[in-house]
Design a protein around this ligand. Sequence first.
Ligand SMILES: C[S@@+](CC[C@H](N)C(=O)[O-])C[C@H]1O[C@@H](n2cnc3c(N)ncnc32)[C@H](O)[C@@H]1O
Length: 361
Amino acid sequence: MEREFHPALGAHTRAHVTQVVPAHRAANITAAKKLPQQFTCWTRDQRREGQRRTSSIIGVGCWTGLLHGWKRSQPAPPVSRRRTGPRFGHYDPRAMTDPAPASTPCPSSVWASADLSGNPHHDSEKHEKVRRMFAAIARRYDLNNRLHSFGRDQAWRRFAVRAAQVGPGDAVLDVACGTGDLTQAFAPTQAARVVGLDFTREMLEMARVKHTALDPSVAGKVEYVEGDAQRLPFEPACFHVVSIAFGIRNVADPSRAMREFARVLRPGGRLVILEFSRPSWAPLRLLNDFYCGWIMPRTATWISGDRSGAYKYLPRSVGTFMTPDELAARAASAGLVEYSRRFLTLGVCACYVFLKSESAP
Ligand SMILES: C[S@@+](CC[C@H](N)C(=O)[O-])C[C@H]1O[C@@H](n2cnc3c(N)ncnc32)[C@H](O)[C@@H]1O
């Protein structure tokens, strides 16, 4: 299944895995006990040494490795097949978010310069502003993604699908699914059901339009639900995999959302988060900051004809968001243990996998 998705990505990269669960903690996770033999807990020095060796590989494999954080995806521990919770599919419409006001195309600015001079994550109206902003840019959202990531965004999503290690019959929830790119990338996996959830109706409409282009043999297992990541309309323990791509940063209360992810995950289930990050190498970080902070806001705003301030909010929201370690700490408080962290495309994007312990309720 992986090969089907990723004929060229990382498949030939000689590499290793960053295991970020400390050995003593991993031992407490039943799922982690079942790691395949080739899975190794690397020390920092071993990791560095491995990176040096990886960097000496010349050719396409090397470039692919570079783009994908030098690391190859490894099988994640299996998700419990125990039917501990109700079958997937029972979602409670009463738990849905307040009905989304049919957000009209944004006539004026959502994010004023004054809002963005501070920290947009502390804005008391962030929830509603984010919804209005995505409503305003929904139509050109995909085009801007492809252009401004130089086509890498879909590769990142394929990487996330591979990291999720979807098993036969699994139920997958893609939160903040937007126009459905990640949701639809899950469709050809062995998953039995794939649900894309978002609170912006305009983004979901785009997802539904794109859905018609999906292969009919897999399209039937995908559905879209309008709802709030902070109040998921599903019963506990009904998904094997929960994913969120470029969404956690946009949720008003990420800690609350993570508690919800933990609640709807089965024991042993996986949470996969894709989010922007900043390269650790200073010259590259400067270049990236210039691109994201100066060039992209102008070109993306022009392409989408946006007046909401979405593409000014984007770099500001990345720059003021939690660091990877803070994100991992929030997940830990929600009961999720970090399993792996990979930096992609020179560190501009990160893919995290968290596990819900087998013994969790
Ligand atoms: C940057 S887009 C990402 C879309 C998609 N995951 C992708 O990979 O392109 C962020 C999405 O998060 C959604 N979002 C933000 N806060 C949300 C919330 N509390 N509940 C549901 N969706 C939310 C927005 O509506 C938007 O579609």
